[in-house]
Design a protein. Structure first.
Length: 266
C-alpha cells in the first residue's frame, strides 16, 4: 500500500485497480490490452473465469503478466457445460498452482438457461471448494437475493464480493452485514440507475470495489459498444464525485480494499 501511495504521489496520477474483467473476450490480443492498461495507469487487473476453458486461460495469463491476477470458477450460465467430477478435478488442479479468488459463481434467475436446481448445486459445490482453500469468492447475482444469502449463510464465515451490484439498498445492507464487499461497474453511469448511485454513495468506503466487467456494461459514453478495462477511469471519476473524494484518495482506498480481499493485505 505504501508503494502505491509513493507511485501516485511521484506521478501525481491515480493508479487504478480493475477488480473484474474477462480479457479472453476482448476483441484484441492480450499484449495490446495490457499495453493500453499500462498507459492508462491501471495497476492491476483481476481476470475472472466463467467456465473451465476461461479459468484455465486466466490461470495461464496470470503467470505471464505481473499486472494480472487470476480467478477461476463456473458461472451459472455454464453449469451444464461440465459434470461435477470434472469440475472438482480441474479446479483442484488450478487451485494447487495458486489463484487469488474463486469465481465468478452464483445464481442467475434472469438470463441463465440452466435450471435453478442445477445452478444451486454447482454454486454450493464451488463455495465448498473455495472455503476449503480459504479463497474469497466473486458472486454473480441476478434476482436471486434470498437464495444467494441463504446458501452463503450455510458456509459462513466467508469473504468475497458481490460483483456488478444491481440489487437494492436493503439487500446491500444484508451483504455488508455479512462482511462482503460490493463492486460497481459501468451501469452506475446509466441515467436511469440513480438508485445504484445512491447505494454507492451510501456504502462504507472500506467495502467498495470498482470494475468494468469488460467486455460488458460499457459506461454511458460508450454504451452499445464492447467495454474495455481502460474505461475504468470513467467509473472511478463518477465514484469519486459521489464519495466527495479526490480520485487519488479514492484509488488508494480501492487498492487497499482489493489488497485486503484478494491479496491478503499484501
Amino acid at each position: 500500500m505504501l508503494i502505491l501511495k509513493m507511485e501516485q504521489k511521484l506521478n501525481n496520477k491515480p493508479l487504478f485497480v480493475e477488480s473484474h474483467a474477462h480479457l479472453s473476450l476482448l476483441n484484441e490480443d492480450l499484449k495490446t490490452t495490457v499495453d493500453k492498461c499500462r498507459r492508462e495507469n491501471i495497476k492491476y487487473i483481476l481476470n475472472v473465469g466463467y467456465d473451465l476453458q476461461s479459468s484455465e486461460y486466466s490461470h495461464l495469463i496470470a503467470k505471464s503478466y505481473n499486472e494480472i491476477f487470476c480467478s477461476i470458477g463456473i458461472h451459472p450460465h455454464y453449469v451444464n457445460s461440465v459434470n461435477l467430477d470434472e469440475l472438482d478435478k480441474t479446479l483442484e488442479k488450478l487451485i494447487s498452482d495458486g489463484i487469488v479468488a474463486f469465481g465468478e459463481i452464483g445464481l442467475d434467475y434472469i438470463k441463465s438457461n440452466a435450471k435453478r436446481e442445477d445452478q444451486i448445486k454447482y454454486f454450493k459445490r464451488q463455495l465448498s471448494i473455495a472455503k476449503s482453500k480459504n479463497l474469497p469468492v466473486i458472486i454473480h447475482n441476478r434476482e436471486a437475493d434470498n437464495d444467494i444469502l441463504s446458501i452463503i449463510d450455510k458456509f459462513s464465515p466467508f469473504s468475497g464480493v458481490f460483483h456488478c451490484f444491481s440489487s437494492d439498498k436493503i439487500f446491500a445492507k444484508k451483504v455488508l452485514d455479512r462482511g462482503f464487499y460490493i463492486s460497481f461497474a459501468g451501469n452506475i453511469t446509466y441515467p436511469k440507475n440513480e438508485e445504484l448511485r445512491n447505494i454507492l454513495k451510501w456504502i462504507p468506503i472500506n467495502f467498495l470495489l470498482l470494475e468494468t466487467d469488460s467486455p460488458y456494461l460499457s459506461p454511458q459514453p460508450f454504451r452499445g459498444k464492447d467495454n474495455h478495462p481502460i474505461n475504468l477511469k470513467l467509473i472511478y471519476e463518477l465514484a469519486a464525485r459521489l464519495k466527495e473524494l479526490s480520485i487519488i484518495d479514492l484509488s488508494e482506498k480501492i487498492y487497499e480494499n482489493f489488497s485486503n480481499l484478494f491479496l491478503k493485505g499484501g
